[in-house]
Write a protein that binds this ligand. Structure first.
Ligand code: BG6
Length: 491
């Protein structure tokens, strides 16, 4: 097994400690890092929230959360106990003045790295940061972690960034996009820049188009309050999908230094062709799921999931055609789509190569599929290069597509660390490569805002699609108009 890079001893403070993200993602991620010996045994995690809990009551919640979200074979009772003993709790109302924060001040150790994780609603980011400063809690070795969404448009993102930036330097600010912590996403850097074959093919001469699909089977799962103000564009496209697009489209960075990588991603975001209001109807499709069936089970529509708010125009599906204006990507469309209540949970990037310029094989030997490189983020992380080969056996030469397959799990036989495990430890180490810089977030909003504005101005609501389908038929038309099809494998 690869050597795990150690992290310094730290005190972590998680605001929003009784919330879903902390219980479902952060505590399990920290537990795994503790169990695997990466989190130093005397590091401490302070849960901070409004409820009045004792340390023991918070530990009980943590035990329950681990039992629920960590598979049984990974729950080692002694390790769980030892980990829970590293958890503490402070009752804090984030909106209250800093003078009420003395318990936290007394608890933290001056000499340690401090990680303040804001797992709260973004409107609390500014007040929490100001209070941390006024309470004298920020040391040179402090970092702040912000969950997405950073704002709901460019203006609100700037306001949040200004508030946080008035307290924390940019190099202390870690804006999470958990997609950047996924194993395959990191592998993309290896694929492109540690192999000599692919980078030469990574150009408009060879690549016909790129597809990025992030499909989910779940609905809004009790997050309707947040989601209805967000929608698929703000929840998935502005951040996760654009970050994936950046990693595919960026030029090689001059080094792996965080800022050099982020400089290149920023150039891609700035090269995205703005979609004007009059183009929104042809270059974008938004949908909202109606009742249907997913994985054989009937499920209600979005409006019912919301509790019967019949007026919501929030999109739960987006498909669009993006363009990156650069020499490398001229005339190579990027088709992006994401949605809830689709038939499969699958996240993948497909690079489709150009068709053969001329074929010596008669058509009756088999249909030609253009070569494709499929990069799967989930499930079964891996990559597959689809090639045409001869069908084995006698009886003449027949062709068929075959995949050169690398399944990471089969190749390495490891459990993949959840994105949060890597991102939490990178924060403590102060490595910001996998986090969004302020200018990236703002460039992404600069591109997304006009599309959102155009939708808001359209009289018609999002197109309905039955739960369990691949979205509105207009999404199929979006790509088929260009003589292409979405890559879909049901399996
Ligand atoms: C989150 C979104 O950022 O990503 C959710 O807010 C979405 O709506 C989730 O379900 C998807 O993440 P993953 O890792 O399951 O693909």
């Amino acid at each position: 097994m690869a050597k795990i890079i150690p992290v310094p001893v730290f005190d972590g403070v998680v605001f929003g400690a009784t919330g879903d993200l902390t219980l479902r993602k952060l505590l399990p991620a920290l537990y795994y890092r503790f169990r695997d010996g990466q989190m130093p045994p005397d590091a401490r995690i302070f849960g901070a929230a409004r409820s009045n809990l004792s340390d023991d009551a918070f530990r009980d919640r943590a035990r329950d959360a681990l039992a629920k979200h960590v598979p049984k074979d990974a729950l080692e009772p002694e390790q769980v106990e030892a980990f829970c003993q590293r958890l503490f709790y402070v009752a804090i109302d984030a909106a209250k003045p800093a003078s009420d924060w003395s318990a936290l001040r007394d608890a933290l150790d001056e000499a340690r790295v401090r990680m303040f994780y804001l797992a709260t609603s973004p409107d609390l980011y500014g007040p929490i940061c100001r209070n941390l400063k006024d309470a004298g809690l920020i040391t040179a070795e402090s970092r702040v972690v912000l969950e997405k969404p950073i704002g709901h448009d460019l203006e609100s993102a700037r306001a949040i960034n200004d508030d946080v930036g008035a307290v924390f330097a940019e190099k202390q600010t870690f804006r999470i996009d958990h997609y950047l912590g996924k194993e395959t996403v990191q592998n993309l850097m290896a694929l492109r820049f540690a192999n000599s074959i692919f980078e030469r093919l990574w150009t408009s001469d060879v690549i016909d188009h790129v597809q990025i699909t992030v499909a989910e089977t779940v609905g809004v799962e009790g997050r309707g309050g947040y989601y209805d103000h967000s929608g698929a564009m703000r929840d998935m496209v502005q951040n996760h999908i654009l970050q994936l697009l950046c990693l595919i489209a960026m030029e090689p960075p001059v080094s792996l230094d965080a800022d050099r990588v982020r400089d290149e991603k920023l150039k891609v975001l700035r090269a995205l062709r703005p979609i004007a209001a009059h183009e929104a109807a042809t270059l974008t499709v938004r949908g909202q799921y109606a009742a249907g069936a997913v994985e054989g089970k009937p499920v209600p529509g979005y409006l019912t999931d919301l509790g019967g708010d019949e007026t919501s125009r929030t999109e739960t599906f987006v498909a669009l055609k993006a363009e990156v204006r650069s020499w490398r990507w001229a005339n190579v469309p990027f088709y992006l789509r994401t949605g809830k209540r689709l038939p499969q949970k699958v996240s993948e990037i497909v690079l489709q190569f150009r068709a053969l310029p001329f074929s010596i094989f008669p058509a009756e030997l088999g249909g030609f599929e253009p070569n494709r490189l499929i990069i799967r983020l989930q499930p079964e992380e891996g990559m597959r290069l689809e090639m045409m080969t001869k069908e084995p056996g006698p009886g003449g030469l027949r062709l068929r597509p075959t995949g050169l397959d690398i399944s990471f799990e089969k190749a390495f036989g490891l459990r993949y660390a959840d994105a949060y495990e890597r991102l939490l430890m990178d924060t403590v180490r102060g490595n910001a490569t996998l986090f969004m810089r302020r200018d990236e977030v703002e460039a992404a909003w600069t591109w997304a805002d006009p599309i959102l504005d155009a939708w808001a101005a359209q009289p018609e609501p999002p197109r309905p699609y039955p739960a369990g389908s691949w979205g509105p038929t207009a999404a199929i038309a979006l790509i088929e108009r260009d003589g292409r099809t979405w890559h879909e494998e049901i399996g």
